[in-house]
Write a protein that binds this ligand. Structure first.
Ligand code: PLP
Length: 416
């Protein structure tokens, strides 16, 4: 099925060769070659992913876990194979610790509801960091409201870093869970989650890691991290939209009640009462996105063949170059200067609204994101209306960084 990716174990990181796997990167916008620097929002899809989805629709499609017929059996096999691929990619101990969801947001909501129902009571506390995406903040606010629990905030400094010493001071007898992003989608900060998890566990606190950005920052090993929960979306790691993963330790998942009711999550149903299916199906009510799951598995296979470490090293080079070049432009201020950063550079231009910079860049064929990036408290920390955010993937090039810098210079001239 994946005919292309195995060719990519070369020791030299051959960006041009990888780019040929991404049809969309060949297109133009406004008569210029597209420079796609909005990878924090979603990544583009390589041919093996697109081919997997097409092949599934053309040759296999049937609903999973339900039919006795051949296609349904094949569909189910592909779906469970995809689960095994995810398990192996994140090094989960058991395949039933991998729950397929619609995405990172759905995964976090699942935990906020099911873990929240089982373990969070009036007067308990949940800790979130100040740099969370709304997806890893709002579900916890909602839980606290529902349960009469309290939200405590782990603040970051002006570099965009969290101080581990402060974490222990936030933990008390009533703390039930720490919700923390692996990588900030606005500041690019790579958080010291392994240490944070260790501290939390010393206090008997469970940890929900939002891995929406972290999943494509090198290799993730959930057992090594000792994360209780790790959530991510397929579309941010070169896979399809509408599919995501919740990894959860068996010890938690088995004690949590189901969140949504429906087909597939049940063992027996009478008009009076229902017993629930075993893990992972207990948390997969209704028809799962089985084709999306196969697409996600193809994406993980592809990315593994590219080499997560080599990809990350290349992205870090792009980050360094972009940071250095943008800083040469008068009036540009980089937001988020953590020592340990991923390939996300947020900035503002003196006297220019981020939205205007984004519009001018767009007209020059450079796609970036502007605004608060669903992290309003993060941009509020800096007293800003938003930032311009360029976020890189392994298929971006130094020449594209030059196009970004040139466009930002142009924006400065046009608005002077
Ligand atoms: N968390 C972080 C850090 C993100 O960057 C995002 C998306 O931008 C999400 C959560 C939500 O992901 P999704 O919209 O795919 O559920």
């Amino acid at each position: 099925m994946t005919t292309i990716s195995t060719a990519y174990s070369a020791s030299i990181f051959d960006v041009e060769r990888f780019r040929r796997d991404f049809p969309i990167l060949q297109r133009e916008v406004y008569g210029r070659p597209l420079v796609y620097l909005d990878n924090g929002a979603t990544t583009q899809k390589p041919l093996p992913v697109l081919q997997t989805i097409e092949r599934f629709h053309n040759q296999i499609n049937a609903n999973i876990h339900r039919g006795v017929h051949r296609l349904s059996a094949e569909s189910t096999e592909e779906y469970e194979r995809a689960r095994a691929t995810v398990q192996s990619y994140i090094n989960a101990k058991h395949s039933h610790e991998v729950i397929f969801t619609a995405g990172a947001t759905a995964s976090i909501n699942l935990v906020a509801n099911a873990f929240g129902d089982a373990f969070v009571h009036q007067g308990d506390e949940i800790i979130v960091s100040e740099m969370e995406h709304h997806s890893n903040l709002v579900p916890w606010q909602m839980l606290c409201q529902r349960k009469g629990a309290h939200l405590r905030v782990w603040r970051f400094n002006d570099q965009g870093e969290l101080n581990l010493d402060q974490l222990a001071t936030l933990m008390g007898k009533r703390t039930k869970l720490l919700a923390i992003t692996h990588v900030s989608n606005t500041l690019g900060t790579v958080n010291p989650i392994a240490k944070a998890i260790q501290i939390a566990h010393e206090h008997g606190v469970a940890v929900m890691v939002d891995g929406a950005q972290g999943i494509k920052h090198g290799k993730v090993d959930v057992q090594h991290l000792d994360a209780d929960f790790y959530a991510f979306s397929g579309h941010k790691i070169y896979g399809p939209t509408g599919i995501g993963v919740l990894y959860g330790k068996e010890q938690w998942l088995s004690q949590m009640p189901p969140w949504q009711g429906g087909g597939d999550m049940v063992a027996t149903v009478t008009l009076e009462r229902t017993t629930y299916n075993e893990l992972p199906f207990k948390f997969e009510a209704g028809t799962s996105n089985y084709i999306g799951a196969a697409g996600l598995a193809a994406a993980l296979d592809y990315y593994s063949a590219v080499g997560p470490d080599a990809a990350t090293a290349h992205e870090e080079q792009l980050l360094r170059y972009a940071t250095q070049q943008l800083q040469t432009i008068e009036g540009v201020r980089i937001i988020g200067n953590a020592e340990h950063k991923t390939a996300i550079v947020s900035f503002v231009q003196q006297g220019v609204h981020p939205y205007d910079t984004g519009m001018i860049l767009d007209k020059m064929g450079v796609a970036v994101r502007t605004g608060n990036h669903c992290t309003q408290p993060t941009v509020d920390h800096f007293g800003l209306p938003g930032t311009v955010r360029a976020s890189f993937a392994f298929y971006n090039t130094m020449a594209e960084v030059d196009r970004l810098v040139e466009a930002v210079q142009r924006a400065k001239q046009m608005t002077a």
